[in-house]
Design a protein around this ligand. Sequence first.
Ligand code: ATP
Ligand code: MG
Length: 647
Amino acid sequence: GPAAGHDLLAALDPEQRAAAAAPLGPVCILAGAGTGKTRTITHRIAHMVADRGVAPDQILAVSFTTRAAGELRGRLRAMGVPGVQARTFHSSALRQLQYFWPTVAGGPLPRLESSRIPTMARAAARLGLRTDRTELRDLTAEVEWAKVSLVTPEDYARLAAAAGRETTMTAATIGRLYGAYEETKREAGVLDLEDLLLLTAAMIEEHGFVAGEIRSRYRHFVVDEYQDVNMLQQRVLDAWLGDRDSLCVVGDPHQTIYSFAGASPRYLLEFPRRHPQATVVRLVRDYRSTPQVVALANRLVGAGPRAALVAAAPAGPAPVWLECDTEADEATAVTSRIRTLIARGLPASQIAVLYRTNAQSEAYESALGAAGIACLLRGGEKFFARPEVRKATGLLRAAVRSADTDRPLGLADAVADVLGALQWYPHTAAVGTGAERERWENLAALHRLAEDLAARDPAAGLGDFVDELADRATHEHLPTVEGVTLSTLHAAKGLEWDAVFLVGLTEGTLPLVHARSAEQIEEERRLLYVGITRARTQLVLSWSLARTQGASRVRRPSRFLDELRPARRGFGGAAGSSGSRGGGGATGRDASADPGGERSPGSDGMGGAPGSGGPGDAARTRTRGRSAVRCRVCGQSLTGASARVGR
Ligand code: ATP
Ligand code: MG
C-alpha cells in the first residue's frame, strides 16, 4: 500500500510541502529550474491518494513529453501509487477521441497522419504554388501556430499580422494555403495533431454526455511545464475541468521555449488572478545543480537577489569554456572529455550533449561513434520515419483492430509475434551489417519499448503500446539505449544529467540566425537557460570559430557567452566583460584560459586528456594525477568514480 502521508511529505522542503499538502483546489507553483516542481507534484498526487482518499484513476496528470509522463508514473508506482493517468495532452485527447468518436460521429476516428508535409505539398500544388521542402516545413509550422492559437484560415491574414508573425510569403497566401491544407486533409480523411485537441475540445463542449462522462471520470488535474501551454491546450484543459477547480499547475516562465509555436507563459502568470482562491507557492532552492551551475543560470536571466535561485547542492567544478578552431575539432574535444568521464566511472547515461538544431547532431554522432561510445539521439526524426519502423507500427495498428484472440496475451510476446512478419525474432543474435543491421536494431528497439511498457504497466495491451508509439513519434521520443544522450535543447526540457555539454555556442546557431526581434532573442536566451540548468555537476560550454578547416569567414562566439563569462583578466583586447551585450569582436582565443581565475587544474573534473585535440586543450594545465585531484575552488577531491561530485 501507499506510504503513510507524513513519509510522503517528509521528503519535501517546507515550501514544497505547502504546495503538496494544499487543499484540493487550484494550486500554482511558480519556480525556477531544479527547484523540485516535478518532484512536488509527484508527492502531491501520492498524498492525495494516500491521505485524502482520492482514487488514483480520478487524477489526470499532464506532462510535456511521453518520457516525462512515463517517469511520473514510474515514480508514483515506486511510492506505492499505481493507476494514476499520466499522459501528454495529445495522448489523453487521442484516447478520449477513440473512445467517444464512434458514438459522437457514427464512424471510426480518421487516421492520424505522421507528417503534415505531404498534405501541405498537395495543398500548395492545388493552389498552383511552387514550394521547396524548407518552405513546406515553415508553412506547416505556421499552420500549427495558427491552429494552436485558435486562428481560422479566414482570420489568418489579419491575426498573423497582429501577432507579428514573420513569414516569407504574404499572409494572404498563407491564409489561402491553410484553408487548402484543411480541405485536403478532410478529403483524405486524416487528422493532424492539432485536430486531436480541437476535436476533443469540441466534442466535450458540444456533447453533454461526453462532458459528463469525462468529468465524472477525471476529477483532479495536474499540469507540469505549464509555462509552455498554448491556447488550444488551455481550451482542452478548460473543457475537462468544466466549472470545477481541482487543478494544480507548475511552471517556470524562464523556461518558455515554445512561444514561437504559440505557447505562452501568460496562463501560468495569470493563474493566481484567474483563481483568486489558489494556493500559490514559490520555490527558490535549486536541488539539482551545483552553485557554479546555478550562478551561470542566474546570470543569464539577470535574476536579481529576490528572484535568484539558491543552490542546495555542495560546490562542484567550475564550468569549462571550450573554444575550438572548427566544428570537427569541437566534436573531437567534446568526445575526448566524454571518454575521460566514462573512464572515470561516470555512466554514459549520465552525460548529454545538447545543441540548438538537429543538424548539429551529425558531427557528434560520428565523433562518438568513431570513439566507440554509444549514443542515443533525442529530438531527431529518424527513428519513427524509418521504413521498417513505419511498417511495424502499421502492422501493430492492424493487429489492434483485428483483436485476434490467438495472439499470446503478455505484451512483449504479442509485439514479437507481430514483428515476426518482418522477419524479426526475439532471442536471436543481431543479424547483418550496415543497413540490414540497422533495420534489425530498430525492430529490436521497438520490442524493447514493449518490454519497458509491460514492466511499467503489466496490464498494458497492444492498444496501449500503439498509443505510446504514436505519442513518442509525436514528441520525437526515441527508444532508450544505454549511451550518451544527444539532444536538442528543446527535447532536453525537464531532464537532468551529471555532465552536460552545451555545444555550438556561436552567433547564428545560438541565437539562431532566424532570431531577429528582441522577443526571439529572449526565447533563445531561455533555451540556453534550459540547457545550463540540465547539468547537475559538470557543465562544458563549447563553440568553434569556423565551420571547416581553412574557412575564410570566422564566426563569433554567442553573445550570451559575453554575459556569462566572468571578466577575463590578463587577456587585453578580448571583448565581453561580464554583463556586456552584443558580443562584437569577441573572437579572442582566450577561452581555454582561466576565466577570472575560476579555472584551476582539475577544477573541471573533465580530465585534460593529452592529445584530446582542439585548441582548448593546448593551454590546459595538465598537472592532474590520474587518480585524485583536488578542486582549488571548493576543495573537493575528485577521484575515479567519484566524478559525481556532491551527489
Ligand atoms: P525543471 O524546471 O527543470 O523541470 P523541477 O523544478 O521540476 O525542474 P525536479 O526535476 O523536480 O525539478 O527536481 C530537480 C532535482 O532535485 C531532482 O533530482 C529532484 O529529485 C531533486 N530534489 C527536488 N526537491 C528535493 C528535495 N526537497 N530534497 C532533495 N532533492 C530534491
Ligand atoms: Mg520539472
